[in-house]
Design a protein around this ligand. Structure first.
Ligand SMILES: NC(=O)c1ccc[n+]([C@@H]2O[C@H](COP(=O)([O-])OP(=O)(O)OC[C@H]3O[C@@H](n4cnc5c(N)ncnc54)[C@H](OP(=O)(O)O)[C@@H]3O)[C@@H](O)[C@H]2O)c1
Length: 292
């Protein structure tokens, strides 16, 4: 059985990885930030020494997109230095690395979906720091997979679905942005994909490099919100809230967001037969858990 050392045990994806690992025959040792801080090279080396893994999966990141604008130093420390530390430690210990990246490395100006070969152009500090992390890994470690995903929501942790359900409890009407488009992606689907990739790596049937992976169909935040409340209603959790489409200009935030970061996920489908999941199929479980 392959042994994977997973960072960010308490993150959305980190948590899903430990929940789902057994079904994929992967032995996951998942450590929270307090036990494994990726911004500290020594902390990584110590964790490798203690767990003796066959692979590292990095689910840790500085993900507070707006906060990053005023806390650039920490964003880069985690997302760039942390990624570089992991890549160096993997190189030294002869381990492969699976790392998660983001659609926010793209500018969102492209009118077609983004392929792995398309140029980057992050609009905000979070995207810049994540791109710097991706570049550091490419520079330092051959045996890596970088999985770029988008609009993550999981059972564990904070996300757009939970925010909508919380706001729906108190408000009669919600204005939600209708001119930014992307692919919502369940943390559980990302975790399953990573665990499948571990299987390919174990078999020696792998092509290292960058892959896109996100849920379909692509939508706007407004469409996403409408779908959440429709699902809640169908489960008898009608919150009686009206969702209204608004432009980005009506909801100013510290960090600029890309307009359209729909990811073309054909590379991972063609190489590993991993299809884009329908994100809507993951909503009911999360909604039921929230209202339980
Ligand atoms: N969330 C999204 O919408 C989204 C979209 C696209 C891509 N991604 C990428 O997907 C990956 C997983 O994101 P997520 O949504 O699962 O993240 P998340 O739920 O926000 O969790 C991030 C985790 O990283 C941990 N962390 C922060 N700094 C750390 C450090 N120095 N050392 C170790 N752990 C540290 C945090 O620890 P604490 O629990 O102690 O804070 C937290 O558990 C990230 O690479 C992210 O960039 C996310």
């Amino acid at each position: 059985m392959m042994k994977a050392l997973v960072t960010a045990a308490n993150g959305q994806v980190g948590h899903a990885l430990s929940q789902l690992a057994e079904a994929y025959d992967v032995d996951v040792v998942s450590l929270p930030r307090t036990a494994l801080d990726i911004s500290q090279a020594q902390s990584i080396e110590q964790a490798i020494g203690e767990t003796k893994p066959d692979i590292i999966i990095n689910a840790a990141a500085y993900t507070a997109v707006d906060k990053a604008e005023s806390d650039q130093k920490t964003a880069f420390l985690v997302n760039e230095t942390g990624a570089a530390n992991l890549a160096s430690a993997c190189h030294k210990a002869n381990l492969p690395l699976i790392h998660i990246s983001t659609d926010y490395v793209y500018s969102g100006e492209q009118t077609t979906s983004y392929k792995e070969t398309d140029g980057t152009g992050p609009l905000n500090i979070y995207g810049k720091s994540k791109l710097a992390g991706d570049m550091a890994i490419v520079d330092l470690l051959t045996r890596h997979i970088i999985l770029r995903t988008s609009w993550v929501f999981g059972l564990h942790g904070n996300n757009f679905v939970k925010t909508m359900l919380r706001l729906g409890k108190d408000r009669d009407e919600l204005g939600i942005i209708n001119d930014q488009h992307g692919g919502p992606t369940a943390a559980e689907d990302i975790a399953e994909t990573i665990l499948k990739l571990c299987g390919f790596i174990q078999k020696g049937d792998v092509e290292w490099g960058l892959y896109h992976y996100s849920g379909q169909p692509a939508c706007s935040w407004y469409d996403f919100a409408v779908e959440i409340f429709d699902h809640a209603r169908s489960l008898d959790f009608d919150q009686g809230v009206t969702v209204k489409p608004i432009p980005t200009s009506d909801y100013p935030t510290p960090a600029a967001r890309p307009k359209s970061t729909i990811l073309d996920c054909s590379k991972i489908k063609n190489r590993y037969n991993i299809p884009q999941p329908d994100w809507r199929s993951r909503l009911d479980t999360l909604i039921q858990a929230e209202f339980a």
